[in-house]
Design a protein around this ligand. Structure first.
Ligand code: AMP
Length: 113
């Protein structure tokens, strides 16, 4: 069951601050508060999905398209397509998922770390 008090749900309700990059009707991109690489951005859907499976199997097609187009827009706005980047989705306990709201990690500048 989705926990509406998880940290990303609270960011989406503007209960706690986030360093936002891009926001659309369906999607929010913001900087990871504890970056593991020089560029570490999180992209989340605004609706309540816990896992990738929840998202891909129940979201409307326009939400899914918007999510991945937002990922691409942020990649390009940060020039990550030039040097390269990594996309990562941690899922469940074995996957190291700490926040139970589906999110995608976008990591760049890895050669600088
Ligand atoms: P995961 O382990 O895949 O669930 O990733 C959760 C990510 O959320 C981690 O990289 C954390 O550094 C990040 N994080 C935790 N709290 C916040 C916050 N308040 N604002 C932005 N990012 C956060």
């Amino acid at each position: 069951m989705y926990n509406p008090n998880n940290i990303f749900a609270r960011i989406l309700r503007n209960e706690i601050p986030a360093n936002k990059i891009l926001e659309t009707e369906y999607t929010l991109a913001f900087h990871d508060a504890f970056p593991k690489t020089p560029i570490h951005i999180l992209v989340i859907p605004k609706k309540s999905y816990i896992t990738f499976h929840d998202f891909i199997s129940t979201a409307e097609p326009e939400e899914i398209l918007d999510f991945y187009r937002t990922v691409d827009a942020v990649v390009r706005s940060h020039n990550l397509d030039v040097a390269g980047y990594k996309l990562q989705v941690n899922t469940g306990e074995d996957g190291g998922q700490e926040v139970p709201h589906f999110h995608l990690h976008m990591m760049g500048g890895l050669c600088k770390s």
